[in-house]
Write a protein that binds this ligand. Structure first.
Ligand code: PPE
Length: 304
C-alpha cells in the first residue's frame, strides 16, 4: 500500500489525504487522457531538495500541451504548489506526483466541456525495484508488447493512457518471473522499460535509444550530462535486442528507478552478471549529486 501522508493539493486547496476524492464519472478514469509527473525530493546534506524541478515542470506543461489540455494554473503556481505540498506534509524525502486530469462533466470521447483539474500528492517511496535491485541489479525480459508507434500515442508526453501499454508489459514480466520488462519499438529496436529509460555500455562507450518512441526522461538526460562530464562517450542511437544481449553492462534510469543495474536479459547474463564498473560509477555519482554532495551539479537541486 502507498504510505499515506497528510494533505493533497487539489485545484488550489489542501485536502486531507482520505478526502482527496473524485467522482466515478471523472473523464480521465474512463478514457485515459490526463498527464502526470514523477519527481523526487531528496534529503540532502543541506536539507530537502527537489531534483530538477524546472525540467519536470516544463515537461508537465509540454505533456498537457501535446494532450491538448488547458491547465487552469500557471507553471509558477504549480511550482509553488509542489513546494508547498512537500512542506505541509513535513517530509524530508518523498516522491511527488502532480496529475492533470479531466473531471466530471460530460461522458463520451469529446472532452471539450470537461473541467481540467490538477492534483499534487506526495508520499515516501523507497527503491522502486527493491533495495537489492540497486546493489545487485535486476532480471528483465523483452516484452511481447511493442512500445507505441509515434503516431499512435504521443510518447514525449507523460500521458496517463500510455501506461496501459506499460502495465501489460509489466504484468507479463512479473507473471513470468522477471523484475521488469523492456519494450522494443515498432521497428524492433530497444525502446525503454515500463517506467524507465535504458542504457547499455559496450567497449567503454554508452548507448541509449534516441527520442522517438520513448519518454524524454529527465534522469536519462542527467545521466548523459554526467557521463560526458566524467569523460565517457554517449551515443543516442538505435540498438537491437541482440546488441543488448552482448552489452558489457546495462542499466535503467528513471525518477522512481534512479539508476538500476540490469544483470540479466531473457535469461542471458549481461557482462559479469554484477553491476559493471561504468554503471557503478554513474550510480555513485548520481547519488552524490541528489544528496547535495557534488557542487558541479548543484543547479539540479531546488532547496525547499
Ligand atoms: N520512460 C517511462 C515510460 C517512464 O514512465 C519514465 C518515468 C521514464 C522513462 C524515466 O523518466 P524520468 O523519470 O524523467 O527519468 N516513470 C515514472 C513513473 C513510475 C511509476 O511507476 O509511477 C517515474 O519514474 O517517476
Amino acid at each position: 500500500m502507498v504510505q499515506a501522508t497528510q494533505k493533497i493539493w487539489m485545484d488550489g486547496k489542501f485536502v486531507d489525504w482520505d478526502k482527496a476524492q473524485v467522482h466515478v464519472l471523472s473523464h480521465t478514469l474512463h478514457y485515459g487522457l490526463g498527464v502526470f509527473e514523477g519527481i523526487r525530493c531528496y534529503e540532502t546534506v543541506h536539507g530537502p531538495a527537489i531534483f530538477r524541478l524546472p525540467e519536470h515542470l516544463e515537461r508537465l506543461f509540454h505533456s498537457a500541451h501535446i494532450a491538448g489540455l488547458k491547465v487552469p494554473f500557471s507553471p509558477e503556481e504549480i511550482r509553488q504548489a509542489i513546494i508547498d505540498t512537500v512542506k505541509i506534509n513535513n517530509l524530508r524525502a518523498c516522491y511527488i506526483r502532480p496529475l492533470i486530469y479531466l473531471g466530471y462533466g460530460e461522458m463520451g470521447i469529446n472532452n471539450s466541456r470537461n473541467p481540467v483539474c490538477v492534483a499534487i500528492a506526495v508520499w515516501p517511496w523507497g527503491a522502486y525495484l527493491g533495495e537489492k535491485a540497486l546493489t545487485e541489479g535486476i532480471r528483465v525480459r523483452i516484452s511481447s508488447f511493442t512500445r507505441h508507434h509515434v503516431n499512435v500515442m504521443m510518447t514525449k508526453a507523460k500521458i496517463v493512457g500510455n501506461y496501459a501499454n506499460s502495465q501489460l508489459a509489466k504484468m507479463e514480466a512479473v507473471a513470468s518471473g522477471y523484475d521488469e520488462a523492456i519494450m522494443l519499438d515498432v521497428h524492433g529496436n530497444v525502446a525503454e522499460g515500463t517506467g524507465e529509460n535504458i542504457f547499455i555500455v559496450r567497449r567503454g562507450e554508452l548507448k541509449t535509444p534516441p527520442l522517438t518512441a520513448i519518454l524524454e526522461g529527465i534522469t536519462r538526460n542527467s545521466i548523459i550530462d554526467l557521463a560526458r562530464h566524467l569523460g565517457y562517450t554517449v551515443h543516442e542511437t538505435v540498438f537491437s535486442r541482440d546488441e543488448l544481449y552482448i552489452a558489457d553492462e546495462a542499466f535503467f534510469t528513471g525518477t522512481a528507478a534512479e539508476v538500476t543495474p540490469i544483470r540479466e536479459v531473457d535469461n542471458r547474463t549481461i557482462g559479469s552478471g554484477r553491476p559493471g564498473p561504468v554503471t557503478h560509477r554513474l550510480q555513485q555519482a548520481f547519488f552524490r549529486i541528489v544528496q547535495g554532495k557534488d557542487d558541479t551539479f548543484k543547479a539540479w537541486l531546488t532547496y525547499i
